[in-house]
Design a protein around this ligand. Structure first.
Ligand SMILES: NC(=O)C1=CN([C@@H]2O[C@H](COP(=O)(O)OP(=O)(O)OC[C@H]3O[C@@H](n4cnc5c(N)ncnc54)[C@H](O)[C@@H]3O)[C@@H](O)[C@H]2O)C=CC1
Ligand SMILES: O=C(O)C(=O)COP(=O)(O)O
Length: 526
């Protein structure tokens, strides 16, 4: 039974699939104190949150069973992603479900700012009739500067254009072609800052975007500029904003998000030019249903070991590539596991070479799988999420190579492992009708199915060696299912690969090592 802990309010309709699933127990506890969260997360296999729950490294460490953290929304700045990655926990979000709601909310803020609607409302319901004080400005023909033209920024730009605004957009990933297609003018951050009548930010909160709109930026803005933040508190420096309003540079600011949430009585609220909402961008019935459905589905897939798509801490793989690589996945992991078990000494370097048709594709996902297979021999709790991180942390150099030569096979995967005492190379291929095969161990050609219990024996090619090995196995009641011998020269170094019916006992390994002609015996379990 998978236990899913939900600690922020999620749409019940959205999480229906979790509530109905027979293999899932849902625990919904909102408004937990940090101490209560540390306690509750201990037994959870998955944690589902919105922006309120702070998923710190401490929470992640307490969640010993956690396999997935689901964010029913976009921003994951409340989740310690590096901590989740190093513990092999997949973080998934729901990037599409609240785009329109947030763009609409930003547009509502834009109009409210231009026409003083919140201020006008407050004054009117207090019995005043202040028509002169709340004279606004038109949006028509004004310049809207958008910083961050992602999903929300793009949706917002369409609405602004419908109101006949000129839209300037700055986004480091925006191409001229895409800007033209969307109908915005591509600009630098400086141009957006200096030329806009309204400036709105739609980036995630990162090291680069924290205080992106700072004192210096405000100084360079047009007099009477109006600014909006419906993305994340902290992208606009709140102190610098207060100063700019005080100096008369900024005529109005609309804030849906704050550096600290809830903000309490924020000093900015003392300015009549500031309007605010309590992080409502994604708070519509539709958006909440969408994001909950998306993230609940993703978390179910992760818990059930099925493919999922919106991982924040795993590179995304296009569906077409996923389809192409799928047949190779099991073999890749087995080859990695085989190579690491066959190697001796402390792991230093893993070099993965793909040849033939594999060399034409993006094989990074396969390398990640191979690395998981390799590292699982040395470390516990390795998975696809943390394998590259763990390799880096331990100073293991990982290299991927592409070789277009085919060597008579349509493709080959070669894994070379270097340790402090030696090296080994395992080469495998998927053979038509036969499935995965190890076709080479170092320089020896073999045909070994990477499965079950195997014995790799490195020996000196001598008459009677095979017979003596067979006798010792028989004496230990270990049946040989298949056997392969590889050698380069008569009487030289050689290998035996034995597929045996059960795990090899330690005493058998010791008995084999006593034989004169044997250099090394390794039991491999796949
Ligand atoms: N107020 C609310 O309730 C909501 C707030 N959000 C916030 O809005 C943000 C944006 O959401 P989406 O548009 O869905 O994300 P997105 O990932 O589609 O777009 C973000 C864009 O920001 C750009 N960007 C990144 N760093 C930048 C920089 N230094 N300067 C300029 N552009 C930069 C990226 O290239 C990307 O195009 C989220 O990260 C989240 O924090 C999202 C949903 C609801
Ligand atoms: O999706 C986002 O990034 C949001 O900011 C929405 O936050 P919420 O889920 O409403 O707490």
């Amino acid at each position: 039974m998978h236990r899913v802990l939900i600690t922020d309010p999620l749409s019940n309709h959205g999480i229906e699939q979790l509530l109905q699933a027979e293999d899932v127990e849902v625990i919904q506890k909102t408004d937990l104190t940090p101490e209560q969260l540390l306690e509750e997360v201990k037994e959870a296999d998955a944690l589902l949150v919105r922006s309120q729950t702070q998923v710190t490294a401490e929470v992640i460490a307490a969640g010993k069973r956690l396999q997935a953290i689901g964010r029913a929304g976009v921003g994951v700045d409340n989740i310690d992603i590096p901590a989740a990655t190093s513990r092999g926990i997949v973080v998934v979000n729901a990037p599409d479900g609240n785009t329109v709601s947030t763009a609409e909310h930003t547009f509502a803020m834009l109009i409210s700012l231009a026409r003083n609607i919140p201020q006008g409302y407050r004054s009117t319901v207090q019995g005043e009739w202040n028509r002169k004080q709340f004279v606004g400005v038109e949006l028509n023909k004004k310049t809207l500067g958008i910083v961050g033209l992602g999903r929300i920024g793009t949706e917002l730009s369409k609405r602004a254009r419908a109101f006949h605004m000129k839209v300037l957009a700055f986004d480091p990933y925006l191409t001229q072609e895409r800007a033209q297609k969307i109908g915005v003018t591509q600009a630098t951050l400086d141009e957006v800052i200096a030329q806009s009548d309204f400036i709105t930010v739609h980036t995630p909160l990162t090291k680069e975007t924290r205080h992106l709109i700072n004192r210096d930026a405000f100084n360079r803005m047009k007099d009477g500029v109006r600014v909006i933040n419906c993305a994340r508190g902290g992208i606009i420096d709140e102190e610098a904003l207060a100063e700019a309003i005080r100096k008369g540079k900024v005529a109005g600011a609309a804030l849906d998000v704050f550096e600290t949430e809830p903000p309490g009585h924020h000093p900015l609220f003392d300015f009549p030019q500031v309007i605010a909402t309590p992080h409502l961008g994604a708070s519509t019935r539709e958006a909440q249903e969408n994001v909950a459905i998306d993230v609940a589905g993703e978390v179910l897939h992760i818990l059930r070991g099925e493919p999922f798509k919106n991982a924040v801490n795993l590179p995304s793989i296009p569906a077409e590539l996923q389809e192409k690589l799928r047949p190779y996945q099991t073999m890749a992991e087995k080859l990695g596991s085989f190579a690491s078990q066959a190697a001796e000494g402390a792991l230093q370097e893993v070099t993965v070479s793909f040849s033939g048709e594999l060399a034409e594709w993006d094989t990074a996902p396969l390398t990640r799988i191979i690395l998981k297979g390799v590292l699982s021999h040395y470390l516990s709790d390795v998975n696809y999420v943390n394998a590259p991180h763990l390799a880096k942390e331990r100073g293991v150099k990982v290299t991927e190579q592409k070789i277009s030569k085919r060597h008579g096979f349509t493709h080959l995967i070669r894994i070379h492992i270097a340790t402090d005492t030696g090296e080994i190379a395992i080469t495998g291929a998927l053979l038509n009708g036969l499935g995965p095969r190890i076709v080479r161990i170092d320089e020896y050609s073999v045909d070994v199915e990477p499965a079950g219990h195997q014995l790799l024996i490195q020996h000196h090619d001598r008459p009677g060696a095979i017979g003596r090995v067979g006798t010792i196995l028989g004496d230990h009641d270990v049946n040989i299912a298949a056997m392969q011998v590889g050698r380069r020269d008569i009487g030289g170094r050689a290998i035996m690969m034995l597929h045996v019916d059960k795990a090899v006992p330690e005493a058998l390994l010791e008995a084999l090592e006593q034989l004169d002609e044997i250099h090394r015996v390794t039991a491999i379990d796949l």
